[in-house]
Design a protein around this ligand. Sequence first.
Ligand code: FES
Length: 168
Amino acid sequence: MSNAPAEEVPTEEIDLAIANQVIDKYLTLPGNLMPVLQGIQEEYGYVPKPTVALVAERLNVYPSQIYGVLTFYAQFHLKPRGRYIIRVCVGTACHVQGAERIVETFFDKLHIGHAETSPDLRYTFEKVACLGACGMAPLAMVNDATYGSMTVQKVEQIIADYNQRPMK
Ligand code: FES
């Protein structure tokens, strides 16, 4: 039996050929650690542990140095993320317009909490600060799509819609 946490993808499922291609692309570039890590995240959707070991070996840097970068920059993710990233704004304007109810409804319907990913990797849910469209409060986003004046009914419609969408 594996001791790996449920959300961790087993090492054997990571195709390191893709990471090697990304590293090849930037190998001779000075200061290549950031573009390599960004490229890996673009390909896999996150930075899998085995790719960190590979990058360390091929760029001749310590894994601890790489983890330092990965944890410092919020753009990087160390765990798999959902195909659809749902963000609900909990900034002041959205809070006043009932954002917490919207958040709770997503929690109830998706059975995941803040910064969690559904086991089927369809959804990641995040509460976020002001998204800069306060006039549309309460506001939600799914990937790049914006949904304003959110209601409980709209949450249900969004989930029904995205449940039908492809995973690729
Ligand atoms: S407070 Fe939600 S968009 Fe500004």
